[in-house]
Design a protein around this ligand. Structure first.
Ligand code: NAD
Ligand code: UDP
Length: 386
């Protein structure tokens, strides 16, 4: 840890980071790396701590004293401002961010992603504190190409689908498609942060994650989350594989995504944390443009990789089609394609993702199998016995 320098060769001073949403998927990986590789201190704020329990106990851990957990709901807790004042930097990850909630709990989604983030922005601005705020690639909505005729050659032209921070428009569906409640709330908080920067000098960085996946993402329904809960696609497909049931392809699984390994993405956030002069005032796409697949291809790859890591033979019919209305309910809509433009993050931070989709699926599904296979087997045998 000694002698750590930033990208411009300046020594990095130990800092205190107020991390809101530290108990979630991304927060747990950020905390883990901050503890093992830096001298920084983390004030970890969340309503849950299960995913960072291994960093908080026992007290003999080498980083004892450098991470403190504060069980706080930022909706209504006066301790929040004090923690932001104590820190040099605030990282805000707190959000409702599972698509199954956007159309079924639109009010909670809008409050969580916009209203609840307002005091965080205000306290940072008023107290002259730096803010790294987590937004989403979903602020881009649909691509321009999605509106071209199916057979238009322009659909192959990157100008019609690559998503660029400083050039692409944000294209959402109609209001009755409540899927876009999340994207719209995130867009408005981005605009507010940007305006605080322009009018009041707030030092900010906005991160737009493009489908970060890896261990500890979401939950397995009925094991460490509600039986009827619908997590994001990695956990949905993992759950199907663990239960030896077909993977459900929403509306045929034609939508395209680029997936990035959580550990690659965390490297990018580290560079932002430790290089404020290069990161302040910027919005960064963080994704892996080389890992593009349709959801159907993802299902096929996960089936193949899971069979390898578990030793189980795949089902004869490994996938089944399901309509979005049946799977998510009324008001669902989808992003068609998400390729991040990497120009800005490359220029400012010299960062590039490394891990291929095959490799990241292998390490992630090895983790899922090791962590959940036994618990799922027991839960299934109990259900059969009853
Ligand atoms: P996550 O759900 O695992 O983590 C969010 C954490 O915030 C949870 O631990 C939750 O308990 C906490 N939280 C929510 N509301 C809170 C409140 N009122 N008070 C205190 N804590 C609260 O999600 P994640 O994947 O780690 O995502 C983190 C951020 O990144 C979110 O803002 C999300 O919108 C954004 N994001 C992530 C991805 C991705 O690929 N994982 C993609 C796009 C955007
Ligand atoms: N999806 C699917 N089956 C599932 C879960 C998700 O086909 O069991 C699809 C979903 O409709 C979307 C994609 O997978 O097209 C990615 O969904 P995710 O929940 O990970 O979030 P998103 O990328 O849409 O934000």
């Amino acid at each position: 840890m000694a002698g750590r320098v930033d990208l411009d060769g300046n020594p990095i001073k130990p800092m205190t980071i107020c991390m809101i949403g530290a108990g979630g998927f991304i927060g747990s990986h950020l905390c883990e790396k901050l503890m093992s590789e830096t001298p920084h201190t983390v004030l970890a704020v969340d309503v849950y701590s299960d995913k960072i329990k291994h960093l908080l106990e026992p007290t003999s851990l080498p980083w004892n004293g450098r991470i403190q957990f504060h069980r706080i709901n930022i909706k209504n807790d006066s301790r929040l401002e004090g923690l932001i004042k104590m820190a040099d930097l605030t990282v805000n990850l707190a959000a409702i961010c599972t698509p199954a909630d956007y159309n079924t709990r639109p009010l909670d989604t809008i409050y969580s992603n916009f209203i609840d983030a307002l005091p965080v922005v205000k306290y940072c601005s008023e107290n002259g504190k730096r803010l790294i705020h987590f937004s989403t690639c979903e602020v881009y909505g649909k691509t321009i190409g999605a509106f071209l005729p199916e057979d238009s050659p322009l659909r192959q032209d990157p100008a019609y689908f690559v998503l660029s921070e400083e050039a692409s428009p944000c294209i959402f569906g109609p209001i009755e498609k409540q899927r876009w409640s999340y994207a719209c709330a995130k867009q408005l908080i981005e605009r507010l942060i940007y305006a605080e920067g322009a009018e009041n000098g707030l030092e900010f960085t906005i991160v737009r994650p493009f489908n970060w996946i890896g261990p500890r993402m979401d939950f397995i329904p009925g094991i460490d989350g509600p039986s009827e809960g619908v997590p994001r696609v990695l956990a949905c497909f993992s759950n199907n594989l663990l239960r030896h049931e077909p993977l459900k392809l929403v509306d045929g699984g034609h939508s395209q995504r680029t997936f990035i390994y959580i550990k690659d993405a965390i490297e990018a956030v580290f560079l932002m944390i430790e290089n404020p002069a290069r990161a302040n005032g910027h919005i960064f796409n963080v994704g892996n443009p080389n890992n593009e697949v349709t959801v159907k291809q993802l299902a096929e790859m996960m089936t193949q990789v899971y069979s390898k890591v578990s030793g189980e033979t795949p089902l004869e019919t490994p996938t089944v089609d399901v309509s979005s209305k049946e799977f998510y309910g009324e008001g669902y809509d989808d992003s068609d394609k998400r390729i991040p433009d990497m120009t800005i993050i490359n220029r400012q931070l010299g960062w590039n993702p490394k891990t291929s989709l095959w490799d990241l699926l292998e390490s992630t599904l090895t983790y899922q199998h090791r962590t959940y296979a036994e618990a799922v087997k027991q839960a299934m045998s109990k259900t059969t016995a009853n």
